[in-house]
Ligand binder design. Sequence first.
Ligand SMILES: C[S@@+](CC[C@H](N)C(=O)[O-])C[C@H]1O[C@@H](n2cnc3c(N)ncnc32)[C@H](O)[C@@H]1O
Ligand code: SF4
Length: 396
Amino acid sequence: MKQQGQFGVYIHWPFCLAKCPYCDFNSHVREGIDHDLWRDAYLRSIDHYASLVPARQVESIYFGGGTPSLMVPETVEAIIDRIQQKWQVSNDIEITLEANPTSVEAEKFRAFREAGINRVSLGVQALNNSDLKFLGRQHNVKEALKAIDIARENFYRYSFDLIYARPKQTLKDWQEELERAVTYTNGHLSLYQLTIERGTQFYQDYAQKKFVVPGEELAADFYNLTQDVLEAHNLPAYEVSNHARAGDESRHNLIYWHYGDYVGIGPGAHGRLTMEDNKFATREHRSPEIWLERVAEQGSGVHPFEGVPPEDRFVEALMMGLRLRDGVSLLALEREAGQNWQDFIDEDHVNQAAKEGWLVHQDDCLRLTHEGLLRLNAMVPYLLRERRAQPAVVAA
Ligand SMILES: C[S@@+](CC[C@H](N)C(=O)[O-])C[C@H]1O[C@@H](n2cnc3c(N)ncnc32)[C@H](O)[C@@H]1O
Ligand code: SF4
């Protein structure tokens, strides 16, 4: 098994101004955050991981959340500096910060650039005010567009997110919104189909029939329309929900999808680390207060590492790789697990799926077609040995 590969660092900032009703990320609303305490906890955690996996080159740093644009730029700068002190970093390292497009946060973009950020990802979510309100967002369309302008002035690379297949949204609405959105892009756009996550406000509202979301067929139409519009604008999907001009893909997310190694720091963050040919899954305490306490007491807020057995390595790498337009290398999967791919994947099912037009098996590569990506969640269990379910259409 091969140890070295791409390596990134993920920093999770767990706070938001308000909780959006659809969101199940580890995000919390808190008054009076002690920024000095938080900065020190991140720095100590970086030291901890650097002592465990010192000989790696960092290709990417990603500040995610929560709302990391609420961090003070001094904390962001201190984290980037410490990572550069502790690890070798790539010359063209990508350093992304997720930002919410309120005016207050956009005003900080310049300071974030000076702190070392070279890419931002903005949570625009919708380009009409009534849907922004429905989604519980703190910004309006005007503010979002202004934030995109400020991002363009400060960063050569930026992206933004939209959520589609919203209640009452028609295909025509979405097409118009998407065409408009494309005019504000610079090489990268993330488009997520609204999902109703357990434990969210929307989960309750949906159960109480306060709104309806598109059914399977309409959801598939939304997905197909999205692909058509973005392909026509040279922004094809390189991953289920992520579109980019060639060369503008998010390098950080590609590390996940290529099943590379990454350190995950901050409440609820997870990571994957290869050490002496063994892969470990890491998971930090979810609660911000407990995480902070553990770091103060023990130098790290991580739970005990869990070894990832070969079969799980194979399945995880397959799940990640099939999300990509370019698919997954069977050789890479075999290297991951130390066994033949046929030990895990049912070859008859590969052939059947290819016949149905869901996937292409060419040389060493398995890749899903558009039709296959629509059934993504069901494809992996279908391909694996032992499970026999036929994939139904599921929203990608
Ligand atoms: C880590 S989240 C949030 C980042 C940032 N705090 C924000 O809200 O803009 C990244 C993206 O996931 C998407 N997302 C989160 N929950 C979703 C859901 N239930 N359905 C669809 N997309 C979702 C949103 O587009 C969001 O921008
Ligand atoms: S969607 Fe973003 S801003 Fe809203 S609660 Fe989730 S992490 Fe926070």
